[in-house]
Design a protein around this ligand. Structure first.
Ligand SMILES: *[C@@H]1O[C@H](CO)[C@@H](O)[C@H](O)[C@H]1NC(C)=O
Ligand SMILES: *[C@@H]1O[C@H](CO)[C@@H](O)[C@H](O)[C@H]1NC(C)=O
Ligand SMILES: *[C@@H]1O[C@H](CO)[C@@H](O)[C@H](O)[C@H]1NC(C)=O
Ligand SMILES: *[C@@H]1O[C@H](CO)[C@@H](O)[C@H](O)[C@H]1NC(C)=O
Ligand SMILES: *[C@@H]1O[C@H](CO)[C@@H](O)[C@H](O)[C@H]1NC(C)=O
Length: 387
């Protein structure tokens, strides 16, 4: 918990049209489709009564299309929930709901009549949010990565996200009993990730999720996982248990339960897929060292200067796009320029995933080879091996 000076948001005054986030920086624009995937083979471990585990997803697909439409970043009911949530979590006096209510993301229309059909034959990245953070806090980051030629799917996990709203209007809220487990909800999250991969090859499920695309499976041999905080750690847990996940990236996530107690298997099993860690400031915790020992493939850990745990989200970008000074939030969000952070996260992710899917990290390019020290002066390599 941190204390800050009282912050007044100018946004509160202008609620009509909202503010527009810049279009994504890559070679493509993106389409955005949201919807559920229900696993009828598993009960939700965090529901009060037995119900099937129901995920909500946002699918960002790259598209060649030069006209975009502004869409709300999240449903109003979810945005309105964030003010009280963030006030409590971050101990700020500002009501941040308007920041989320008014944000408009530029996306291309993906309906059947639109002439902009997404690129289909691209690798797929599954994104796991931080504990209690709805997937909508990563729309801008997901769009930026998708605009480089990836399908990015952000996943809300029931019981974890502070609020999820399903198409029938009912809501699921965070269940704090997750914190009682020494490994939080890594195992349900890993199962969710594997379930999404199963469904990628289920033509019926894909047609329900992406009606404009029709009943066609996706390839599942070019899938990787990444995430922030608990989601970043869970991406590693999932990859260590599901070899279909070809690589993983952990943004600033402590890997609880590592090293495991004597005689027990830890949450991250021995694995050979490439793993990238990105941390705020010079933070590097002992759970990463213990996890490092489990990784037999290419691995690298970097830190990003002038950042905090929360810089790894859309919040700094939203404040800037809204014309709001980020200065009062410096202690909370770091001082790195939002566009620079977005570039760091996007370019390292893209380079890493290019290497992963080429089966050769050298193909990830000069950034990973540390041949461009001037490109991101704020990024320092802490550890690197098996390149
Ligand atoms: C929250 O911030 C206020 C000042 O704005 C401070 O007095 C209080 O101690 C903080 N609470 C926590 C739990 O950090
Ligand atoms: C994306 O759409 C915007 C319009 O919002 C357009 O200016 C831009 O050129 C498009 N980008 C690409 C890569 O087509
Ligand atoms: C939270 O999850 C626990 C199981 O971990 C369950 O027993 C409880 O009913 C859940 N609480 C709510 C409010 O759903
Ligand atoms: C494929 O998806 C449909 C629709 O969600 C579902 O009814 C069916 O059980 C799924 N098949 C498998 C093998 O999971
Ligand atoms: C980090 O912030 C400090 C203080 O504002 C600044 O001097 C330094 O250049 C910044 N570092 C990077 C890499 O941007």
């Amino acid at each position: 918990m941190r204390s800050t000076n009282p912050i007044t948001l100018l946004l509160l005054a202008s609620t009509a049209a909202g503010y527009l986030i810049p279009h994504p920086p890559g070679k493509y624009n993106v389409t955005l489709t949201t919807g559920p995937l229900v696993d009828y083979s598993r009960d939700d471990p965090y529901a009060a009564t037995p119900i099937p585990r129901a995920l909500m997803l946002s699918v960002f697909q790259p598209v060649r299309c030069a006209s975009t439409v502004p869409v709300p970043c999240m449903p109003d009911k979810i945005a309105e929930y964030q003010g009280p949530f963030l006030q409590a979590t971050l101990n700020v006096s500002a009501n941040l709901s308007p920041l989320f209510l008014e944000a408009r993301l530029p996306v291309c229309s993906s309906n059947r009549r639109s002439r902009c059909s997404p690129l289909d034959d691209v690798p797929i990245l599954l994104f796991l949010p931080g504990y209690s953070i709805p997937r909508f806090y990563y729309n801008v980051i997901a769009s930026a990565i998708a605009s480089e030629g990836f399908t990015v799917i952000t996943i809300d996990h029931p019981g974890d996200a502070n609020i999820i709203i399903y198409p029938d209007g009912h809501a699921a809220y965070n269940n704090a009993s997750i914190l009682d487990s020494p490994t939080w909800d890594y195992y349900p999250l890993a199962d969710d990730t594997s379930f999404v991969i199963n469904q990628l090859s289920n033509a019926t499920a894909m047609a329900e999720l992406l009606p404009a695309r029709g009943p066609r499976p996706f390839r599942t041999d070019r899938v990787a996982a990444l995430g922030h905080s608990v989601g970043g750690a869970a991406a590693l847990v999932a990859a260590s248990r599901d070899p279909r996940i070809r690589g993983a990236i952990n943004w600033d996530g402590t890997v609880f339960g590592m090293p495991p107690a004597a005689g027990e298997a830890g949450p991250v099993l021995a694995m050979s897929q490439p793993v990238l860690f990105m941390s705020h400031q010079t933070w590097f915790d002992t759970t990463w060292t213990a996890t490092w020992a489990q990784l037999g493939g290419p691995k690298m850990a970097v830190y990003v200067a002038n950042t905090t745990h929360y810089t790894f989200s859309d919040v700094p970008t939203l404040l800037q796009a809204a014309g709001q000074s980020a200065a009062p939030f410096a202690e909370l969000l770091g001082t790195v320029a939002p566009a620079e952070m977005l570039r760091v996260l996007t370019e390292y992710t893209v380079a890493w995933m290019k290497g992963v899917f080429a089966g050769d990290m050298k193909k990830g390019g000069s950034l990973l080879q540390e041949l461009e020290p001037g490109r991101f002066p704020g990024v320092s390599v802490l550890m690197k091996d098996n390149f």
